[in-house]
Ligand binder design. Structure first.
Ligand SMILES: Nc1nc2c(c(=O)[nH]1)N[C@H]1C(S)=C(S)[C@@H](COP(=O)(O)OP(=O)(O)OC[C@H]3O[C@@H](n4cnc5c(=O)[nH]c(N)nc54)[C@H](O)[C@@H]3O)O[C@H]1N2
Ligand SMILES: Nc1nc2c(c(=O)[nH]1)N[C@H]1C(S)=C(S)[C@@H](COP(=O)(O)OP(=O)(O)OC[C@H]3O[C@@H](n4cnc5c(=O)[nH]c(N)nc54)[C@H](O)[C@@H]3O)O[C@H]1N2
Ligand SMILES: [Mo]
Length: 694
């Protein structure tokens, strides 16, 4: 969301808690703040790592060591690995919670200095399908919409997103509009569960999990039948329509309704509203992205926007809601195994040459093939192909699927390095070398939010103990590996200047931005080419000239892909579909929100949401303990019997990892099969069995 916060220093003597409130001048959040932002001041100082820690073997306790020793260890082991196994045995797994500067320097270190493209990030689990969907359909990544569009759309389609809990500030903005302007706004939610989001909807389609693409093709079928397409826009601005029209013909409402388990009338209602609306805005997040057909579903949604010309104008467009605070910045900085900065690709020789020159490395320094995405990294560990795995700003021993398999794979890696802000995470338990990281509030740098708005987050507190900014750790290592010129940064502002220069002329052109400009004039949207005046960034992409897209032909591509459904459909042994997601008050693996007593009270622990019918069949009463099993593992958890969930589907929150007293490792149960295009795992669905624990 990218909310602006104002913070007030703690008073002397008390626990050093900074108080927060929304910044009225921030154009993205307009003074609003959610419970996580409101309580962040309580989380900054508690339970922090303050010094590097080292152990030779995982069964030993950690010993505090100096940074000097930590860097020596890293340099020795990296040189030894390069000599024995080559750069492919080094891998880094970063995070959408990096600042753009952290991302940029990490990328330069791995892909430039070390010649390994094995730098992936947890955005692989999060935004990867949105990235590939945008790129295949429109020719480039980059959400074309802005938050103001919520005030201008006639139809808002929320598909696979629990916006009320996960983007609350945006959702409140929509609710405010709904209160003021009941006429002229329709909200439709597509989610197998009834959520706080669907509670506000005019229409809730509680589809069977994994049937989104069928639904979208069904809408296409009806739009075509109702002559609601825009033939002029299709002819001049798109390619591939004939194949799509043929595919849609095979998805009449009755067939779609049967597959999705909704009524044909509900489907017709949505198609009619789409056809009638002057401006259609769709918002999506993990219910769409985390699927074996994530890219196809994103493209399926963009198809509908293209054929009805609902893109590139106020209130309209396909708008992916970014999960983490700076997953967008990570995409700009090239922080996935196939990317280079400025929305460039590792596989493109011109892109490599440009980046090598800009980085100051010899031609050929960047390996021509994409590196290992995170699940490929796990599989490489299983083959003993990785000598060093560096994890930074993510907690994969909670958030990756198939956790038992992950644990066994990571245990084989000779050196696991973890850059972390907090002590005692599940991933720390698997690490040899732990590096204390300065976090937000203690380091300066930028983040980009879903609407392409870049905010400077200035340091306003001292890091605890010896903690250092991630970018500074990577840069220091780069210098010690012999690249003193390439990593000679004196400040985050210098890193930023180098990053934005590399975006000149690209879709994500930020070459006019600097820390100085952002500090003086506040957050700015890109594109923001050099010479742009403050406030002169573009609110929307593809609006001028409208109907031109950054593909070779200038036309957007329509994709005609047959739906596949779930990678692991339910069967007689595992008859239910488990879906895993979030709750309002907690953030991922609880390292921050778990420090806040009020949030712990609000969400006392994990519950399995189950429909009364499925609960009855399993002999489970409200509050009873259930055993949930999949082909990969088992967890035990109390049930919440509720009609909010579809029959045949159950839900677990992702938050409570093994280090928590209430531990319930939902990801033990999940599989790692994913979208072949985006390599994003299907983290939203696995086949399970639920039994009463006696
Ligand atoms: N409170 C809170 N907010 C957060 C976060 C957090 O941890 N806590 N994390 C942030 C991050 S990184 C992310 S990625 C976002 C995630 O934000 P969301 O994607 O909104 O959150 P989730 O709960 O993961 O999943 C959204 C919904 O997808 C539904 N779903 C499951 N399967 C399907 C399906 O097959 N089709 C459809 N249409 N829907 C399905 C689930 O029932 C769920 O309600 O939230 C961000 N905001
Ligand atoms: N089944 C299932 N699994 C999922 C999901 C799902 O919906 N279902 N969602 C997926 C998604 S979308 C996401 S984004 C992931 C999230 O999963 P993770 O990324 O594993 O979760 P976080 O708890 O956000 O981990 C961030 C870590 O970085 C640390 N940290 C914070 N700031 C800094 C910093 O500045 N520097 C450093 N070095 N460390 C810092 C935090 O303390 C924390 O331990 O989970 C994924 N896993
Ligand atoms: Mo995410």
């Amino acid at each position: 969301m990218g909310c602006g916060l104002e913070l007030k220093p703690p008073s002397a003597g008390d626990e050093p808690i900074w108080s927060t409130r929304g910044d009225r001048h921030h154009p993205s959040s307009l003074g609003q703040v959610c419970v996580k932002g409101a309580t962040v001041g309580e989380t900054l100082h508690r339970n922090r790592l303050t010094t590097p820690l080292w152990r030779e073997r995982l069964d030993q306790p950690f010993t505090p060591i100096s940074w000097e020793r930590a860097f020596q260890l890293l340099v020795e082991r990296i040189h030894a690995t390069l000599a024995s196994q080559g750069p492919g045995a080094l891998a880094l797994y970063g995070s959408g919670q990096f600042l753009s500067e952290d991302y940029y320097v990490a990328n330069k270190l791995l892909k430039g200095a070390l010649g390994s493209n094995n730098f992936d990030a947890n955005s692989r689990l999060c935004m990867s399908s949105a990235v590939s969907g945008y790129a295949r359909s429109l020719g480039s990544d980059g959400p074309p919409c802005c938050y103001d569009d919520l005030d201008l759309a006639d139809l808002v389609l929320l598909i696979g997103t629990n916006t009320a809990d996960c983007h609350p500030v945006l959702f409140q903005r929509l609710l405010k509009r709904q209160r003021k302007q009941r006429q002229g706004l329709r909200i439709v939610v597509v989610d197998p569960r009834a959520t706080a989001t669907s509670a506000a909807a005019d229409l809730h389609l509680a589809i069977r999990p994994g049937t989104d693409l069928v639904l979208l093709h069904g809408i296409g079928h009806l739009l075509q039948e109702q002559a609601a397409l825009d033939p002029g826009f299709i002819a001049t601005a798109t390619e591939g329509f004939p194949a799509l029209a043929t595919l849609w013909a095979a998805w009449p409402p009755e067939r779609v309704a049967a597959v999705c388990a909704i009524s044909p009338d509900q489907l017709r209602q949505l198609a009619t509203w789409w056809a009638e609306s002057a401006a259609v805005l769709s918002l999506w997040s993990m219910g769409v992205n985390q699927s074996q057909e994530g890219s196809a579903t994103v493209s399926g949604l963009i198809n509908l926007h293209l054929v009805t010309a609902q893109i590139g104008r106020p209130g309209a467009g396909p708008f992916s809601l970014t999960g983490q605070p700076n997953a967008m910045g990570g995409r700009e900085a090239g922080g996935l195994a196939q990317l280079l900065p400025g929305y460039r690709s590792v596989a493109d020789p011109d892109h490599r040459a440009t980046v090598e020159r800009h980085w100051g490395f010899e031609p050929g320094a960047i390996h021509p093939e994409p590196g290992l995405a995170v699940w490929d990294q796990i599989e490489a560990m299983e083959r003993d192909d990785l000598a060093l795995w560096w994890v930074a700003a993510t907690n994969p021993l909670v958030s990756l699927p198939s956790l038992e398999r992950v644990r066994a794979a990571v245990a084989r890696v000779p050196l696991v390095v973890l850059s972390e802000a907090y002590a005692g995470t599940e991933t720390e338990a698997m690490a040899h070398l732990v590096l204390p990281a300065a976090q937000w509030s203690e380091k300066s740098g930028v983040m980009t939010n879903s609407e392409r708005r870049v905010t400077l987050c200035p340091a306003f507190r001292e890091p605890p103990g010896q903690a250092r900014p991630d970018w500074a750790i990577f840069a220091e290592l780069g210098r010690r590996l012999g690249f003193s010129r390439q990593f000679a940064y004196g400040s985050a502002a210098e890193v930023h200047a180098e990053l934005v220069a590399l975006t000149a002329g690209r879709v994500c052109d930020m070459s006019g931005l600097s820390h100085g400009l952002l500090a003086a004039h506040g957050p700015q949207q890109w594109p923001f080419p050099s010479g742009t005046v403050p406030g002169g960034g573009q609110a929307r992409l593809y609006n001028a000239p409208r109907g031109r897209f950054p593909t070779p032909s200038g036309r957007a591509r329509l994709w005609a892909e047959a739906p596949l459904g779930l990678a692991e459909p339910p069967d007689a042994s595992y008859p239910l579909v488990l879906t895993v997601g979030r709750v309002l008050g907690h953030w991922h693996t609880l390292t921050r929100t778990g420090q806040v007593a009020r949030l712990r009270q609000q969400h006392p622990g994990p519950r399995l949401e189950i429909h009364p019918q499925d609960a009855l069949a399993a002999g489970l009463e409200a509050g009873a303990l259930a055993r949930v099993s999949s082909r990969r593992g088992t967890v035990t958890v109390p049930v919440l019997v509720t009609e909010a969930i579809r029959v045949g589907t159950v839900f677990l929150p992702m938050h409570w990892g093994a280090s928590q007293p209430e531990a319930c490792e939902a990801n033990r149960l999940m599989h790692a099969l994913g979208c072949p295009v985006s390599k994003q795992p299907e983290l939203k669905a696995a086949a399970v069995r639920v039994e009463a624990l006696r």
